[in-house]
Write a protein that binds this ligand. Structure first.
Ligand SMILES: NC(=O)c1ccc[n+]([C@@H]2O[C@H](COP(=O)([O-])OP(=O)(O)OC[C@H]3O[C@@H](n4cnc5c(N)ncnc54)[C@H](O)[C@@H]3O)[C@@H](O)[C@H]2O)c1
Ligand SMILES: O=CCCC(=O)O
Length: 453
């Protein structure tokens, strides 16, 4: 059974049956059977389908945002733009897939030699709850436009949102079974990965689960993309536009109540401006409104699950016990909902919990650096390598640091964000492979060499 719980009230919404093994194999079979026709269609025919799905998402954006608010606590004012971003992603690949997958002619000893890009077959996407619409389309849009068919194993905490995504394909008139929802208990996912009709796996979620998925996929010689956690550094140098940096770093940290893989989690600030910058952050953080995610005025909703809320508190207590200062928040509220207050931890050092572990909630850890070299060294002192940002007016130094940072993406004087037009992904413990942009659509195709005498 999948049990949907409202994190705002802590109350159960409803429970939903999972597929039996027999049903799971049947659904994979349906997606696999749909491949022949779907892959045979032209890019323009596939694009029309993706555009119709995008229109359907936009038509339902309020309802979809409301579902996310109820199932995982995303504030409604973030949920609506998330649906729009998912729709834009579908349209972006509808418009660009043919160009991204155009044949590459490469000179050789042949009269003609080239590489063409063909779909693999049926793919399995395993998805988390934290951006249930957007992360689904980040997997689905390029995979489908390349001519693959998709099964989607969504997170057990967002069963209605997952079904709504599948319904959007039906309502948009998409060909049957090009996208199939697979509500499964976690232990059954291994069987789905091992099913010979599944040709590749896209996983987004925690490092622990990603490791298991990669092991299983590896043992079946199936390619996989892993989009895992992050502990992104934000380096604030003394010459930065500090007001703007404080605005953006605050936003980056508190989006989705801090439950974003690419949130700015470790704020590394040059010593000479440290106290001033902490004050700028505190002024912003203390104004944020925690509350009902369905209210448009709410900045911070609840944490998605009780266990995640308690884990955040453990991380804060551990960090404070190790010598950090807590300037804001840091106490478990006495509410039925799974709220965690916006928390500002200062004097954080590299041995402390909030530095070493990913904090998936509205906890800002501020670290003091002697200079930019020290900041860089601390930024890289992590098992993760997802995103990073640098704030300085010195363009040359910013570019130098960007090249030295161990991450899959770097923003200079701006927020780390995902954008369908640009590839995103991690290195080190944040995973491998890329989603989005031209690179994302190349993950699940066969780059086939053709050589003609
Ligand atoms: N890099 C990214 O793009 C990105 C995006 C979103 C979330 N995340 C990361 O995800 C984490 C938060 O999500 P979570 O902890 O709820 O993720 P999770 O790993 O527990 O769950 C994610 C998905 O994996 C499935 N799953 C869990 N264990 C599995 C197993 N043993 N075998 C197969 N599938 C399994 C879940 O059912 C769910 O569908 C954070 O670390 C966050 O940074 C990363
Ligand atoms: O948790 C990761 C969310 C990533 C995104 O905002 O695209």
């Amino acid at each position: 059974m999948l049990i949907a719980t409202n994190p705002y009230s802590g109350e159960k919404i409803d429970s939903f049956p999972c597929l039996s093994k027999h049903e799971m194999y049947a659904r994979i079979g349906e997606a696999s059977a749909a491949f022949a026709d779907w892959s045979d269609r032209s890019f323009e025919e596939r694009a029309e389908v993706l555009r119709a799905v995008a229109r359907q998402l936009r038509a339902e954006k309020q309802d979809l945002a409301q579902l996310m608010a109820l199932e995982m606590g995303k504030p409604i004012r973030e949920g609506v733009p998330e649906v729009e971003k998912a729709a834009f992603c579908a349209e972006f690949y509808a418009d660009n897939a043919e160009k991204f997958l155009a044949r590459d002619t490469i000179a050789s000893d042949a009269s003609l030699s080239y590489v063409c890009y063909q779909p693999l077959g049926t793919l399995l996407g395993i998805l988390p709850w934290n951006a249930p619409l957007w992360l689904a389309f980040r997997y689905l849009a390029p995979a489908l436009m390349a001519g693959n068919t998709c099964v989607m194993k969504h997170d057990p905490h967002v069963p209605q949102t997952a079904q709504a995504i599948a319904n959007a394909f039906v309502k948009a008139g998409a060909p049957e079974n090009i996208m199939v929802n697979l509500p499964l208990e976690t232990p059954e996912v291994e069987l789905a990965i091992r099913d010979p009709r599944i040709m590749a796996v896209s996983f987004t979620g925690s490092g622990g689960a990603g490791r298991k998925v990669a092991e299983i996929a590896g043992s079946e010689i199936k390619p996989c993309v892993l989009e895992l956690g992050g502990s992104d550094p934000s380096i604030i140098l003394a010459d930065a536009d500090l007001e703007t940096a404080a605005d953006v770093v605050t936003l980056s940290r508190i989006i989705n109540a801090g439950q974003s893989c690419i949130a700015a989690k470790r704020i590394i600030v040059e010593a000479e401006i440290y106290d001033h910058f902490v004050e700028l952050l505190l002024n912003r953080l203390k104004k944020l409104q925690m509350g009902d995610p369905l209210q448009p005025s709410t900045d911070i909703g609840p944490i998605a699950r009780k266990d995640l809320q308690l884990n955040l508190h453990r991380q804060v207590e551990d960090t404070v016990a190790a010598g950090a200062k807590c300037l804001l928040g840091g106490e478990l509220p006495d509410t039925d909902g799974f709220f965690y207050p916006v928390t500002l931890l200062t004097e954080v050092t590299p041995t402390m919990c909030a530095f070493r572990e990913e904090t998936f909630g509205p906890i800002m850890a501020v670290i003091k650096a002697e200079d930019h070299e020290h900041a860089l060294q601390m930024a890289n002192d992590t098992e993760y390598g997802l995103g990073a940002s640098i704030w300085t007016k010195n363009a040359e130094l910013a570019l130098h640091l960007a090249m030295q940072l161990q991450s899959g993406q770097v923003a200079i004087n701006g927020i780390v964000k995902t954008d369908p037009r640009l590839p995103s992904g991690g290195i080190k413990g944040s995973g491998f492979g890329r989603e989005l942009g031209p690179h994302g659509i190349h993950e699940f195709v066969n780059a086939k060499q053709v050589w003609i005498k």
